[in-house]
Design a binder for this molecule. Sequence first.
Ligand code: URA
Length: 236
Amino acid sequence: MRLEKYIATSGIASRRSVKKSIQAGFVTVNGEPVLVPGHPVNIGIDAVEFEGKRVEPLSEHIYLMLNKPAGYLTTRRDERRRPTVMDLVADLSDTLYPVGRLDLETEGLLLFTNDGDFAYRLLHPSHEVEKIYLVWVKGVPSDDAVQRLRQGVTIPSGTTAPAKVKRLKVSKDSATTKFEIVIHEGKKRQVRLMFKAVGHPVIRLKRVRIGNLRLGNLPSGGYRFLTSAEISELMP
Ligand code: URA
């Protein structure tokens, strides 16, 4: 594995700062400074130090969260060569794949891993992990409409399970309303179709939390590795 990737995936520093540190001579392999970011590392054999600290060999699994911007497809490859989320994790993309899906225009928290078991269990309906979205919709839904969203509405793929729906803010001109919605299903385009079913199309949609995992202030288009506490909380 390339040296800069080996260090970055250990979570010790960002990819960019890793490259700078290598070029500045702060990284050694088996005690010798190595200035080339692409230098090969034999996992489990070579001893790598980053700014004087030993970099532990990778566990075979990688977990990270991306703050997906609108306009990127959640797919590993697009035949029409449109931008995909893989472009945003390009330096790691040979091993990773997205867990679940956000629509082209949906923003926010998207997980990636190379741990198939983790992905399968997280996505399985029996796991019922909560997903929290901020939603901006057209107009001002009535209390009755909000109640229907809470109880379940009919969308093409079936009736939605009860959801928590909180109205957060109506814009000054009453053109849009911002909501927080908590669902634990993953039907296709679920949030968009739910609000459409009560007559209020979604203008903007952003996932901000999965279980206890929060997007926080991760910049749009940026990613970070999950901590081991976050991984075990998500998948006890
Ligand atoms: N619901 C949607 O409608 N779109 C998403 O991307 C995620 C949830």
